[in-house]
Write a protein that binds this ligand. Structure first.
Ligand code: SMG
Ligand code: MG
Length: 370
């Protein structure tokens, strides 16, 4: 008999405080699948980073729901008595679907840590009680509005500004922000919208003293990322291209990037995220914690991860209010010095507020043992 009693899937939807536009689309709401695992000893939560459409990657909420309900949750329920570290093996028969797997792995890990009364940060070997935070700014309707948003975030204390770019809305915009703020840590994220033939845009951006250029090219194109990196002074950072520690090792060996964005949800959960961290650290490649506009559940997970030793740059770990009027948990707050506290309570250290869950839930399904 396994100690996992049930897996509950829940689809939630929360309005964003402002639309978030990237090179692949615009979001006005956060909609995601939450996983609650109940064991003999505790319950644990995991948030899936997929959204309503298969745009950032192939995964999306309805697909995540089915693969969790029909394959991953049953495998966990019938896996004997897997520890959190063995669960990856029990789920490995499902190829791909790292975002769906991450939600389940993280939920079981949360339950186990809560049962042991140990915080996730302690489990991860986190070295800081506060992490440095940046903010990711969507493509704005105009340069004036972009400058206004950037001013607002800087006055709140954010330590790094990341601008989303797409072909046609890139160099001029970024230059305007750079001219207004010559000394800030500034980066751009293209979400794979360019090709190597666009090298001239990157050569222009290369003059702006950017901290990094994130995911300029197609996610499967490590070779051209290496070519681009060799032509630029600015560090290339990979996000979508890195789905495992093996991907990180390949990208580094090829010279495809000099910085890695770690998103635990994109790589199959916290355990693989630690391996990505370790591979990069061994190669002297700094990492930072990405974000997927998570609710407080995923945010707690990310903030603990961001406190690990090789996280050297401010993360996309922004305050709850940057996304939501009301979060699912008590809100995460930014200190005016641009840092955020790492939760110290057992597991991920936060709990969803029942009334908030109720108000945001679109659908629930329970997968039990039968
Ligand atoms: O969580 O603040 C956040 C958003 C950070 O820009 C962000 N994420 O490619 O890094 C990225 C994007 C993906 C968001 S798609 C929903
Ligand atoms: Mg990115």
């Amino acid at each position: 008999m396994t100690r996992v009693r049930s897996v509950e899937l829940r689809l939630v939807r929360l309005p964003l405080v402002r639309p978030f536009r990237t090179s692949f689309g615009e979001m006005t709401h956060k909609e995601c699948v939450l996983v609650r695992v109940e064991t003999e000893d505790a319950e644990g939560w995991g948030e899936c980073v997929a959204s309503t459409e298969p745009d950032f990657s192939e995964e999306w909420n309805e697909g995540v729901w089915l693969v969790l309900r029909d394959f991953l949750a049953p495998a966990l329920l019938h896996a004997g008595d897997p520890s959190a570290s063995e669960i990856e093996r029990a789920l490995a028969f499902v190829r791909g679907h790292p975002m769906a797997k991450a939600a389940l792995v993280n939920a079981l890990l949360d339950a186990d840590l809560r049962a042991e009364k140990r915080s996730l940060a302690t489990f991860l070997g986190a070295e800081r009680s506060r992490v440095e935070c940046g903010v990711s700014v969507g493509i704005a309707p105009s340069t004036a509005q972009l400058l206004e948003q950037v001013d607002g975030y800087l006055s709140e204390g954010y330590l790094r500004i990341k601008l989303k770019i797409e072909p046609g809305t890139d160099f001029e915009r970024v230059r305007a922000v750079r001219e207004a703020h010559p000394d800030i840590a500034l980066s751009v994220d293209a979400n794979a919208a360019y090709g190597l033939e666009d090298v001239d845009v990157f050569r222009q951006l290369d003059e702006l003293g950017l901290l990094m250029i994130e995911q300029p090219l197609h996610h499967q194109d490590l070779v051209n990322h290496a070519k681009l990196q060799s032509r630029l002074q600015t560090d290339v950072c990979l996000d979508e291209s890195i789905r495992s520690a093996a991907d990180a090792a390949s990208a580094i060996e090829l010279g495809a990037c000099r910085i890695v964005n770690v998103k635990q949800g994109r790589v199959g959960g916290l355990l693989e995220a630690v391996r990505v961290h370790d591979v990069c650290e061994a190669q002297g490649v700094p990492v930072w914690c990405g974000g997927m506009l998570e609710t407080g559940i995923g945010r707690a997970t990310n903030v603990a991860l961001a406190a690990m030793p090789n996280f050297h740059l401010p993360g996309d770990t922004s305050a709850s209010r940057r996304y939501f009027l009301e979060d699912l948990t008590e809100p995460f707050e930014l200190d005016p010095d641009g840092t955020m506290a790492v939760p110290a309570a057992p597991g991920i250290g936060v709990d969803p507020i029942p009334a908030r869950l109720e108000a945001t839930t679109l659908r629930i399904e329970r997968v039990g043992k039968e």
